[in-house]
Design a protein. Structure first.
Ligand SMILES: [Ca+2]
Length: 212
């Protein structure tokens, strides 16, 4: 009988521990926080990469500017839609939400140039140039009112681990937009790279340099 009571007590203790672990685990899930990085092109760094090669001219500009004293000037060179990489997030998990807000300057209502963000998956945390499929993006463009905020939230699916945010320009070679005051918000287990925060060591970096 004593043995049974002891076992019963032990069992209760184990249940207590399991319950405590459950509480701690749930709490840690609830308190899993987001963090935000702001980038305003106030240094000499422009973009993290591009596709196709030599598709844009990316330069630091001083007019127009949305915040601070500089913005990013982006001019379409290629016939194909240019993808200028303005942010790269790695360490993502299914269900994670990535919210990116960017200010575009477009003062030609109803006609090109127009700008917007788009994104593709990148499942190689060591190489920003790896393309692991389209992640789509907002179905709308800048409308020509001058500075305009384009914001979109992507949700991670299919075990992708990285996302590259693209700035796109539509629709002809020679079209240009200005970009400023980007805000990227992700869960705190992920890492955000903005221009200048990651070493680009492969041949594409040479292509980028050559384009300037
Ligand atoms: Ca700025």
């Amino acid at each position: 009988m004593m043995k049974l009571i002891f076992k019963f007590k032990q069992g209760r203790e184990i249940l207590k521990i399991i319950f405590m672990l459950f509480v701690v685990f749930s709490f840690s899930k609830i308190t899993s926080a987001d963090y935000t990085v702001n980038y305003g092109w106030e240094s000499t760094d422009t973009i993290l990469g591009m596709r196709p090669a030599d598709c844009v001219i990316a330069q630091i500009a001083t007019d127009p500017v949305h915040g601070g004293s500089q913005s990013l000037y982006l001019e379409r060179v290629s016939d194909d839609t240019p993808q200028a990489y303005i942010a790269w997030i790695v360490g993502l998990q299914d269900g994670d939400e990535i919210t990116v807000s960017v200010w575009f300057y477009d003062d030609t209502p109803g006609s090109a140039p127009r700008g917007r963000t788009w994104a593709h998956w990148n499942d190689s945390p060591g190489d920003v140039n790896v393309y692991s499929g389209s992640a789509s993006g907002p179905g709308f463009f800048t409308t020509g009112i001058g500075w305009e905020e384009i914001e979109w939230t992507w949700t991670v699916v299919d075990s992708h681990t990285g996302l590259v945010i693209e700035a796109r320009i539509y629709s002809n070679p020679g079209d240009a937009v200005w970009i400023d005051d980007m805000t990227v918000t992700v869960p705190d287990h992920a890492t955000i790279y903005t221009p200048g925060t990651v070493a680009l060591e492969n041949s594409t970096w040479g292509d980028i340099k050559a384009a300037f």
